[in-house]
Each structure stands twice: as C-alpha cells, then as structure tokens.
Design a protein around this ligand. Structure first.
Ligand SMILES: [Fe+2]
Ligand SMILES: [Fe+2]
Length: 195
C-alpha cells in the first residue's frame, strides 16, 4: 500500500514539473516566475516601484487640490507612503533579497490618468472631485495588491512579512475611506453646483 502511495506521489510530482502547453496562451519569457515565491518577489518589486512613484505623484495632487481636507488627507497619506516604502525594504530584507523596483505599468497608468483628470478640470471643487476619483483608483489598486501579497506571504510561510503587508493593507483601506468621507462631506455636492 505504501509503495503505491509513494509511486503515485512521484507521478504527481512529475506531472507538476511538466510544462503545460495550451493553444492561444501567451508564451512565457525565459525569466518567467516558476513558483509562487518568484511571483511574490516580482509583485513586491512592482509595488515597491509603485509606492516610490506615488511619493512623487501625491505632492503634485496636493498642489492641485483646493479643499483643506483633501490637501490634508493627501499629505498624511504621503507620510504613510514613505513609511510603506521602508516597510517594503524590511520585507525584502526578511526574505533575503535586495530591495529592487520594477516599473509597474498599472500604477504608471493610474498616475497618468490622474494627470489627465487635472488637465481636464478647472481648479476648485471639480478638480478636487477628479483628484479624489483618481486617488481612489490608486488606493483600490494598492488594496488589491497588498491583499494578494499578504495572502502569498501566508501561503509561503513568511509570517512576519505577512504582518507587515497587513499593516500597509490597513493603511490603504484607511486612505480610501478618508477620501470617500472628504468627497461626501465636502466636495461632491459643491462640484455638482458648478455650471
Ligand atoms: Fe501605498
Ligand atoms: Fe495608498
């Protein structure tokens, strides 16, 4: 019985190692992630780039915002973002890898969209509403990313890393809630009054 179990496990391992081919599927690059660990590291590099890009984008958005509550929430999230970068550096350290940033196309696109919204709106309540919309898309992207990364870390058995990522995840959720509050309490209705 034991021999059969052993044999079938061997067969399963063989199957897992075998490259899967599928018609119409995108061909993987030579350096493609082989396991969850690789995918985890790649995603960390992406979000590290994204957070760094945000330390440049957030002050620009704050400069374009008019309502004090919005300016305050952007500035306080900038401070959090700087801490999040340090936290990611700690994560890299814990998994024994050098902190490396790899361009995150999604975040680059979201930041670009924020820029377009600012160009397409007059300063004041309407631009404020646009800045909130763009910022919330950014926060939602970060929430999705950190939620996934935390889960990956748990699966991979990186308990301390998972705790650090959870901390950032909660900050991103908090930033999103704050933006909704500012929009509802202070900006959207006034923006709607503009002819
Ligand atoms: Fe962040
Ligand atoms: Fe954020």
């Amino acid at each position: 019985m034991k021999t059969t179990e052993k044999k079938s496990k061997k067969e399963t391992d063989k199957k897992a190692d075998k490259k899967i081919t599928k018609k119409g599927a995108i061909k993987a690059k030579s350096d493609a992630a082989k396991g969850l660990n690789d995918l985890f590291e790649d995603s960390l590099k992406d979000i590290y780039w994204a957070e760094k890009a945000l330390t440049k984008a957030l002050p620009k958005m704050a400069k374009n915002a008019s309502h004090k509550d919005l300016i305050d929430s952007l500035n306080s999230h900038l401070t959090e973002t700087e801490e999040q970068i340090k936290r990611l550096e700690k994560v890299f350290e814990l998994i024994g890898k050098k902190a490396t940033a790899k361009k995150c196309d999604a975040m680059a696109g979201l930041i670009e969209e924020g820029k377009s919204i600012m160009e397409e709106t007059e300063l004041g309540n309407v631009r404020d509403a646009g800045i909130i919309a763009a910022s919330q898309k950014i926060e939602h992207y970060e929430i999705a990313t950190y939620g996934t990364l935390r889960q990956f870390a748990e699966t991979l058995g990186f308990a301390e890393v998972a705790t650090l990522l959870e901390q950032t995840l909660e900050e991103e959720k908090g930033a999103d809630i704050k933006l909704t509050e500012v929009a509802v309490d202070a900006i959207n209705e006034k923006a709607a009054e503009v002819e």
